[in-house]
Design a protein around this ligand. Sequence first.
Ligand code: FAD
Length: 559
Amino acid sequence: MASSLLFVAFIPVILVLVWKAYRYHLLRSVTGYLDVLNLGHERCTKIQGTAVVCGGSIAGLLTARICRDHFTSVIIVEAEEWTSSPEARRKMPQTSNHTRSRISQYDSLQVCLRLLYLGLHRLFPGLAEECANSGIAVAPADYKTHFWGLPLIMPYHLHSGTLPNTMFASRQALETLLRRLTLGRYARDIRQVIGIVTGLRMGEDGYVDGVKVRMKDGKVDCVDAKLVIDCTGPAAAGRRWLRRAVGVDPNDFKDTLDPKIYYTTTRFVITQDLGARLPIPGGWDAVGGHIHVMFPDAARNGRGFLSIIKAEGNQLFICCGGWAMDRPIYSIEDIKTHTLEIPVDAPVPRWVLDMLDLLKEIEKDSHHSFVCVGPSYKFNYEQFPSLPHNFIAVGDSVSRVNSIFGQGCSKALVGAAALNTLLHKTTVPLHGHLPVNFSYTFFERQARKTRAIWNSTKAADYSQPTTTPMTGEPLDLGLRWRKYRRQITRLAVKDIVVGELLWRNNMMVDITSLDFYHPKIVAKVVWNIAVEKAQEMLLVLSSLSIGFLKTVVSSSLQA
Ligand SMILES: Cc1cc2nc3c(=O)[nH]c(=O)nc-3n(C[C@H](O)[C@H](O)[C@H](O)COP(=O)(O)OP(=O)(O)OC[C@H]3O[C@@H](n4cnc5c(N)ncnc54)[C@H](O)[C@@H]3O)c2cc1C
């Protein structure tokens, strides 16, 4: 009797332990968080040979830095010649007029999630000082996000009144900083070659033994490779190389949907005098990065968003865009109209509109970038029947998602960090090959760890009637989850526990799908629905009784 009572008393403890164990399992297997925390450790005995990274942008630079911890040498092959100039590593990139022809985001808004900052912090010791050298603010990751015009509650209470830091850099500044750190600090181990990778040279037993590179002078050279990593972004050049090398087309293993996302980013440079007059709470000088961000509610036919962000060099970025918003938004009056059209419960703060009015003083010097992000896609390489054992791909060359949530660079980091973890677990004989199936193992892991990013952006896209879904899928797929998720967002503007959950989710740190089903969260959602329903009923009842009273009064007056 006593022992069964003891057992019953222990049931909650057992349940908590099982929950924690399962959560840890999810964190390890289907997110990149723990991989990212593990970055920055150099292997004792490096793998003899060269890791060839094709593409030297965000994914390429991150992957090269990680490969440097594992291989005796790393070569980045990048198509754009400018990237080898000192300007491509400069400390104050905003003073450069160069724009990268192959990067559609280059002049658009950039958001660096906390996960990205965490990873960079581990890969590049002294990151905060390097950011300071580039004028990049490192500040608490408060994105001033609003839903229905209401601010999301931020978990300041858990971090002694502040929030963990992130960096607030433009895309230009992020890329030049990464290039400076990767190619500058690790110049002994990482080299960049300018050229276009055109194909793979197959060796024996299903291994690639080199990549073919068309150099500036038109000659084709071959670079020996122990591991080949396709980081060519949306060009996804690797699919052409594979088609030629193994005769199978990765396009046959591709999922596509089109959310029809358009962005207009307007960039202003704020003078000291104007900065002092901008009516931002706390003042322009005190702003870390984000100033005001508004997301739409699809359930109320909202499809536009607004992002106002400060970046290095006193730049102010205002980004307007959304689903099927294919009209550029260039003038400040148009920005105001766009802002006021976002469905809200609480009006846009007056100071936001006043700030926009003040910006008219420098409107003629502003710079615009209008981008159609293009369809979201993912190549399911893990299902590909004949992958070379030492060919992998990271970043947008594998998948691209709706960029509204700022996850692209973090997704590249998750892929690169998964590679790091796998390489640490891999033994390679001296002068030997990577294990057979290395690439399958990698692609399978990367797919698992980036699936949540794909699914969450897809859920947001499927809420919009203008989205073209994946072949064979209706737009109402996952409707129940979306309704639940909307309830969570509704709560996150008034409940600190749910606000904290959403903060971790939006920053991609320490979050699993299980967290959304924590009994405390489910109970809060159910209670909130009940309260909202009761309020609705009360409203109906009160309007009915007012109507009834009016009828009684008017009929008694007539009598
Ligand atoms: C409008 C917009 C806004 C975005 N906002 C954000 C944001 O706020 N936050 C965020 O994290 N992400 C954002 N993204 C996503 C982000 O831009 C991408 O996820 C990121 O750039 C992917 O990096 P990548 O290195 O994989 O590809 P890319 O940056 O596209 O780089 C590919 C590189 O490969 C090179 N290359 C191509 N072909 C070859 C070849 N054959 N040989 C050699 N080199 C080659 C190119 O020159 C280029 O340097 C946004 C994207 C867009 C379009």
